[in-house]
Design a binder for this molecule. Structure first.
Ligand code: BTN
Length: 326
């Protein structure tokens, strides 16, 4: 962590308390001048830090608390992450084509597991099945890099693990129930608020994934939607009836995922994935390479396959897309 991150971390752990420059410098093993510089930089980022002679510095409100509409903030993400043994390596970008693309490029240049890029907006956000993902300012667009030591067939569990992590995090931060629409859309109050796109590079020699990029896009602040999205897409702030702190949500997603990741191959969380499904016992339209057909969803098995019944026959879908009226 940089001095600035450490100062922010320390101030937020002691939020509301005054800490002298000397105390901060001593605890963090940096000079008093470095403390002062860190405070100035943090204030420029929008954090409200009070300074009183003879008492010291006090964090009054973080940037995200003062202005929940604000962009994600690196220091705030890092301070809010609870899994301190597995901190993300965070970069926040103002605007980019696609955070998945940025992280993939970083992965190919040798970036470490845990590299996380978040952007305020994306000019060519990518969705599943070659679609685009509407990414205006006001949402969360984040991608992180994993280097799992797992065969490719187990690595597919990363997507379902990410879906469970996002659903849990949304629920923890907003208090509202989040469901999962197979494969990995997150639904709140009957509308899609989040999509997840997992991309991987496979080492053909070993057959193991060289890198996996998990990209998560969340609609937070209400925006005017393109006509075709309006009936399906929702916004977290509308559902929660309050502004959601984006940095805190990014940290919560990271924490939930960090809790599942070491136990990924046990697929324990698959039961929760199933329970959160918004599709069970519903009639859906399956989009299949051969066309569309109607079926009823009977189950989701431990491999994440969707079990549907069509004309009295059961089928197991490993991937693809279904649509449902909720
Ligand atoms: C989908 O719903 O089809 C998946 C959407 C995934 C969008 C996220 S936003 C962050 C990351 N960067 C991208 O270009 N896509 C993913």
């Amino acid at each position: 962590m940089t001095g600035k991150q450490e100062v922010f971390q320390f101030l937020s752990e002691h939020k509301g308390e005054y800490l002298s420059g000397e105390e901060l410098a001593g605890k963090l093993y940096i000079s008093r001048n470095a403390v002062w510089k860190a405070i100035e930089a943090l204030r420029k980022e929008g954090h409200e830090i009070e300074a009183l002679t003879r008492r010291g510095y006090r964090l009054v409100a973080s940037a995200g608390e003062r202005e929940p509409g604000l962009r994600v903030n690196k220091e705030e993400i890092l301070a809010a992450v609870k899994h301190k043994e597995f901190l993300p390596i965070v970069t926040v970008l103002e605007q980019t084509e696609s955070t998945n693309r940025v992280v993939k490029e970083m992965a190919m240049q040798g970036a470490a597991e845990g590299t996380l890029v978040a952007a305020v907006s994306q000019s060519s956000g990518r969705g599943r099945l070659g679609r685009s993902f509407f990414s205006p300012e006001g949402g969360i667009y984040m991608s992180f890099l994993l280097r799992p030591k797992l065969p490719a067939e187990k690595a597919v569990f990363l997507t379902t693990a990410a879906a469970v992590s996002v659903a849990r995090a949304i629920e923890r931060v907003t208090g509202i129930r989040a469901g999962i629409k197979w494969v990995n859309d997150i639904f709140v109050s009957g509308k899609k608020v989040c999509g997840i796109l997992t991309e991987a590079g496979i080492d053909f020699e070993t057959g193991l994934p060289e890198y996996v990029v998990i990209g998560i896009g969340i609609n937070v602040e209400p925006k005017e939607l393109p006509k075709e999205l309006a009936p399906i897409v929702g916004f977290l702030n509308d559902a929660a009836k309050k502004p959601v702190n984006k940095s805190v949500l990014v940290a919560a997603i990271w924490d939930e995922f960090a809790g599942i990741y070491p136990k990924l191959s046990s697929a324990e969380y698959m039961e929760e994935y199933r329970e959160r499904s918004v599709l069970l016992n519903r009639e859906v339209t399956v989009l299949d390479p051969s066309g569309y057909y109607t079926a009823v969803v009977k189950d989701i098995d431990r491999d994440g396959h969707l079990i549907v019944e069509k004309d009295g026959k059961t089928e197991s879908l490993a991937s693809g897309e279904v649509s449902v009226k909720l």
